[in-house]
Design a protein around this ligand. Structure first.
Ligand SMILES: Cc1cc2nc3c(=O)[nH]c(=O)nc-3n(C[C@H](O)[C@H](O)[C@H](O)COP(=O)(O)OP(=O)(O)OC[C@H]3O[C@@H](n4cnc5c(N)ncnc54)[C@H](O)[C@@H]3O)c2cc1C
Length: 240
């Protein structure tokens, strides 16, 4: 997998500060302080003014399907209708060894053979492509604004994300934190970013934050009874 930055909005910190000052003309803080406040307090709409465009090569079609679930983004993928796929590259899942790896590689060869034979029989690419595997390498252009990127990192830097997705997220994160450290140094998975992990029982044993960042259920147990009383009081005393 290779991830390159194609374009990023220049002077984004100043741009976000200008947006914030348009909203609140009394703001006298520096641009960096404003961005810090916006990230800390999750006043995220101003962050939508900064865009990143990534060139992502050598990812699987399986990963591209997961990526497409991120709707607040612009996606362009290599077409299997317009491009020839004979001798295609493919993703090999982490940890495949011995017989398992042989079976996997045989399946890739078989798919490539079938595709090549269909093409030699005069079958169009748009028909022949249906024998191609999910592991097929594709090439992707992805544009996201910073608010959406934060949501992406919160979900996909979690150890529950698929290994290929997590690799992509880590590579993208390194670029983002290099370009805008004031924003992204405060961001990682949901647990780190929010200070509480919403995965609850689904938090896997290999989570590096276990014992450091609490899960939501544990915190909620401590305040739920009292907080529910507050809500009941709010409802009872409301004039609406
Ligand atoms: C560990 C993991 C496992 C997953 N497993 C599955 C799975 O088994 N099957 C599956 O289909 N997907 C799965 N997903 C994908 C997941 O359900 C989301 O589709 C994906 O992560 C995109 O997240 P998003 O909707 O927050 O992002 P975006 O689509 O970019 O949306 C960003 C934000 O915009 C808002 N938004 C966007 N669209 C709407 C809308 N229509 N209505 C209201 N608010 C909206 C939401 O606040 C959302 O968080 C998985 C994701 C993870 C991280």
């Amino acid at each position: 997998m290779e991830v390159k930055l194609l374009r990023v909005t220049e002077s984004g910190v100043e741009l976000v500060a200008t947006a914030a000052k348009t909203s609140d003309s009394a703001l006298t803080r520096s641009a960096n302080e404003i961005v810090e406040l916006i990230v800390d307090n999750d006043y995220s709409s101003a962050l939508e003014h900064i865009y990143f465009t990534f060139d992502v090569a050598g990812i699987s079609v399986a990963l591209s399907r997961e990526l497409l679930e991120h709707r607040i983004a612009s996606h362009t993928a290599r077409s299997t209708r317009y491009n020839e796929e004979q001798g295609f590259g493919f993703y090999v899942p982490e940890g495949l060894k011995g017989d398992a790896k042989s079976v996997f590689l045989e399946a890739m060869k078989s798919a490539n053979d079938a595709y090549t034979r269909l093409r030699k029989l005069g079958i169009a690419r748009e028909q022949a492509r249906y024998v191609l595997p999910m592991a097929l390498h594709t090439h992707y252009i992805l544009t996201m604004n910073v608010r959406s990127l934060i949501n992406f990192f919160m979900l996909r830097l979690c150890v529950r994300a698929s290994p290929e997705m997590r690799e992509l997220a880590i590579r993208m994160y390194k670029i983002c934190v290099r370009e805008y450290p004031a924003i992204f140094s405060k961001i990682w998975c949901r647990g780190y970013t929010l200070g509480v992990c919403p995965e609850n029982r689904a938090r896997p044993p290999n989570c590096p934050f276990a014992g450091i960042i609490p899960v939501k259920r544990t915190l909620r147990r401590d305040f739920d009874k009292e907080a529910k009383r507050v809500i009941e009081h709010e409802l009872k005393t409301s004039n609406h």
